[in-house]
Ligand binder design. Structure first.
Ligand SMILES: *Cc1c(COP(=O)(O)O)cnc(C)c1O
Length: 369
């Protein structure tokens, strides 16, 4: 019998696929529970649900289901360019921002070349790098966050990409404007710096830099963003990259011609104008973050301060059994042992009542495991 695994590219043979958060229906089937009684705080989804404005835009678009989408995403790119203060030729649309991460790896990496990223960084970076048989330089984290000077020092003449997540998932850690400025100023101009800002809508305006402020000065910078988190459209798969026109041209050459579907395009356009929804999402998130921090303090647990819509809590023991115990209470969170954090659980900020239910379930589970 032919061994088709052995025939796959070497990087792919050794690749461990991405492990998503457990779906509600799957847990309901396994435990014979009512799906409505389960809460999922495992995939950093917006607990508000999609906004009525984006739903209305999707319904209008349903009339055109037999047509191919606009392969250039003209309307969405135009809106993004205006809002992000760039030209339209600096925008690349992606099937989620994961698509952008994959495109940049395919465009700039190859066997013999390498990418630099941090320990505990977003799991898609190692996957896209390994899938093209390139090398990964994983730099030890500093208090769970990126050690930017060490990452800089790890760059060699074979490095083509550095992935930075600000804030990072699953740690929620972040770096400030000066650290980013120092990094960009010192990176060789031949290295593409991918600044993954999947959670920036929750964090900007505080002590986090806005990646867009650096685009004009750094033609090697690619900022990636998404509609999956604060905009509440994870199911539709739409994200974008902002960069110099040349990098955008390269990415657009290799993306699938219709990588963003028409429902997603219409919904994303509507979401961009729905500033009330975004504001409510932010407010709900900061209130929920405080609620969880207070609850963790009451349980005597440590957590990693986070700028995202999630928080990593140290349960002070192997988190696996705690995760399993929470599942039996109908609460899905995310174990992060695969990220080198075996004692932590990552919890997405939910609605106030979901956060309370999680904290109560955690209290009960910790008392018995
Ligand atoms: C969720 C997330 C993404 C991308 O999600 P998409 O749904 O593909 O847009 C990218 N980076 C980080 C750090 C994330 O947490």
């Amino acid at each position: 019998m032919t061994d088709f695994l052995a025939l796959a590219q070497t990087g792919i043979q050794q690749l461990s696929p991405y492990v998503p958060g457990k779906p509600v229906d799957e847990l309901a089937r396994e435990l014979d529970m009512d799906p409505a009684s389960i809460i999922k705080l495992a995939s950093n989804e917006n607990p508000l649900g999609a906004s009525p404005k984006t739903r209305a835009a999707i319904e209008r678009e349903l009339a055109e289901l037999t047509r191919y989408p606009d392969g250039n995403g003209f309307e969405l790119k135009t809106q993004l360019a205006r809002q992000c203060r760039v030209q339209i030729d600096q925008v690349t649309l992606g099937n989620g921002s994961n698509d952008i991460l994959e495109l940049v790896a395919r465009a700039y990496l190859a066997p013999g070349l390498n990418a630099v990223f941090s320990e505990h960084a977003f799991a898609v970076y190692p996957i896209v790098v390994q899938a093209v048989n390139a090398g990964a330089r994983v730099i030890p984290a500093k208090q769970f966050g990126h050690d930017l000077p060490a990452m800089l020092a790890a760059i060699d003449d074979k490095t083509r990409i550095v992935f930075l997540a600000n804030p990072n998932n699953p740690t929620g850690t972040w770096f400030g404007p000066q650290a980013l400025e120092d990094f960009l100023a010192a990176v060789p101009p031949t290295v593409v710096v991918v600044l993954d800002e999947a959670y920036i809508e929750y964090a900007v305006g505080g002590d986090l830099p806005d990646g867009l402020d650096y685009l004009a000065r750094y033609p090697n910078l690619l900022v990636s963003r998404t509609f999956s988190k604060a905009y509440g459209l994870a199911a539709l798969r739409v994200g974008y990259g902002l960069s110099s026109p040349v990098i955008a041209d390269v990415l657009n050459r290799i993306r699938q011609p219709f990588n963003v579907n028409s429902l997603a395009l219409a919904a994303a356009c509507a979401a961009l104008t729905d500033t009330d929804y975004l504001q409510r999402s932010r407010e709900l998130n900061s209130a929920g973050m405080q609620q969880l921090e207070k609850g963790f303090a009451e349980l005597g647990l440590q957590w990693i301060p986070s700028k995202g819509n999630f928080i990593a809590v140290d349960v002070g023991r192997d988190a696996g059994p705690v995760f399993q115990g929470l599942l039996r209470e109908g609460v899905i969170v995310r174990p992060v042992a695969g990220y080198g954090m075996p004692n932590h659980l990552r919890v997405t900020i939910g609605l106030a009542e979901e956060n309370s239910r999680f904290l109560e379930a955690l209290r009960q589970v910790l008392a018995r495991v």
